[in-house]
Each structure stands twice: as C-alpha cells, then as structure tokens.
Design a binder for this molecule. Structure first.
Ligand code: 13P
Length: 245
C-alpha cells in the first residue's frame, strides 16, 4: 500500500516566525491523521524553526532544493547533510521553477537525487510539461526523458526514498488544474516507466493548483498518491482541508 503524502511547497514565502506559527496552528488540527504523510517544504531560512516546532508532531519537514556536494566552496548552496542537520527528512528536486529560472536540467536533477539518496533523504523529484509541449502532443515524450535521465542509475533499494511529483507547468499557480483524467493518464504512464519490481511501491504526487475544491476527485484516481501544493498550502485552514480531504 502506498501511503499518500500531502505536501506543502511554500516556495519563497514565510519567515521563520511565520513558519513556526503555522506549525503551532496546524499540529493540533491534524494530530489524529495517520493515513497520510503530512509534509511541509520550506525556504532554507525557516527550516530550523520549523522542525523545532514540529518536534513531537506527525508533521515532516523538507527542503525545496539541495546541492549535490556535501560541503565546499559553493556560495549560496545547501547540502543534504545540512538539510538533515536542521531536521529535514525530505527534499524537493527539479521543481519546474528551478528548471525555468535557475537552469536545472535532468542531469543536475540526477546528481541531486543521488546526493539525497546517499544521505538517506527522501526525494520528491518533479516532472511536467509546458503548455506548448502539451499542445504539441509531446507530454509523454517530455516526461519520459525527465524520468529516464533524471532518475537514471538507481539501485533497487534506492527507490524506497523516491517520490515523483507530476506538475504540469501550465497548471502551476494558474488556477488551471489538470483534470483528474488528464493527471491519471500521465501518472499511469509514469508508473509504466518505472522498474517493474518497484513500480507499484513508488508514490506519484500531483501538483498544480490543487485546492480543497478539487483535491478529492484528484486523489480518487488510482495512480495519484497525494499532492504537492503551493498556494493552498500557505494558509493553515486550506492545508488542513487538503490533508483531511
Ligand atoms: P500551486 O499549488 O500554487 O499551483 O503550485 C504547485 C506547485 O508548484 C507545487 O510544487
């Protein structure tokens, strides 16, 4: 059984104090939730406070990015051991905003993924097509390349740390959600691309304008194992609704 994950990706929002207040308000409302993994991925500056506030709760903490070296002269970067040291058990890798604005490629995604795995950090690897690619009927081709190159060279045991997030770029922050059928089609296709022996165990999250109004029908699809949520995860009230859909 794949336990669903409801993950917030806060992107570049929230100070440490705001993050702490969020967890303090969230934790009592979700303390009885056992059927889902609850995850908050936050800016690096908020992670320490966030994980301190999450101690003793069922809320997991994650980074939004990492660099593949453990340490060194890499100004501005943060490594897997550093994320672990501030209490992270997850990290997002290859979000489309990182690909679009910060030059990430499937090759850098793969290096980052291997660094996360080396340090026993759960990785959420993001894939997804742009509107132009969807309209040119290239969705499957684009996803196949992202999966093949971004997730290459893993040993069977490594897959236990891998979650994939399908986030169609045209649905991120636009209010346009992929229909449950569109998302399911891509999720099922992604699952077929995974090695047979682990394909049924890997969680595939959907991301892109997930909100309380559409979460239920998306999560009802057999290959959708949770959500990676931006805007609707910034407010406690709507994040609670997403967790308890
Ligand atoms: P929105 O939920 O704001 O569309 O963002 C989705 C996303 O990019 C999550 O990683």
């Amino acid at each position: 059984m794949r336990k669903p994950i409801m993950a917030g990706n806060w992107k570049m929002y929230k100070t440490p104090t705001e993050a702490e207040d969020f967890v303090k308000a969230l934790a009592p409302q979700v303390k009885d939730v056992q059927d889902k993994v609850i995850l908050l991925c936050a800016p690096a500056t908020a992670l320490q406070k966030l994980s301190e506030a999450a101690v003793g709760t069922n809320i997991f903490i994650g980074g939004e990015n990492l660099f593949w070296e453990d340490e060194g002269a890499f100004t501005g970067e943060i490594s897997a051991p550093m994320l672990k040291a501030v209490g992270c058990s997850y990290v997002i890798i290859g979000h489309s905003e990182r690909r679009q604005y910060f030059g990430e490629t499937d090759e850098t995604v793969n290096k980052k993924l291997k660094a996360a795995i080396k340090h026993n950090l759960n990785a959420i690897v993001c894939v997804g097509e742009t509107l132009v690619q969807r309209e040119a009927n290239e969705t499957f081709k684009v996803i196949e390349k992202q999966i093949k190159d971004g997730l290459s060279g893993l040993a069977t045991r490594d897959w236990g740390l891998v979650t994939i997030a399908y986030e169609p770029v045209w649905a991120i922050g636009t209010g346009k959600t992929a229909s449950p059928e569109q998302a399911q089609d891509v999720h099922a296709h992604i699952r077929k691309l995974l090695p047979k022996e682990i394909g049924n165990d890997v969680r595939i999250l959907y991301g892109g304008s997930v909100k309380p109004e559409n979460v239920k029908e998306l999560m009802a699809k057999p290959d959708i194992d949770g959500g990676l949520v931006g805007g609707a995860a910034l407010k406690v009230e709507s994040f609670v609704k997403l967790i308890k859909y």
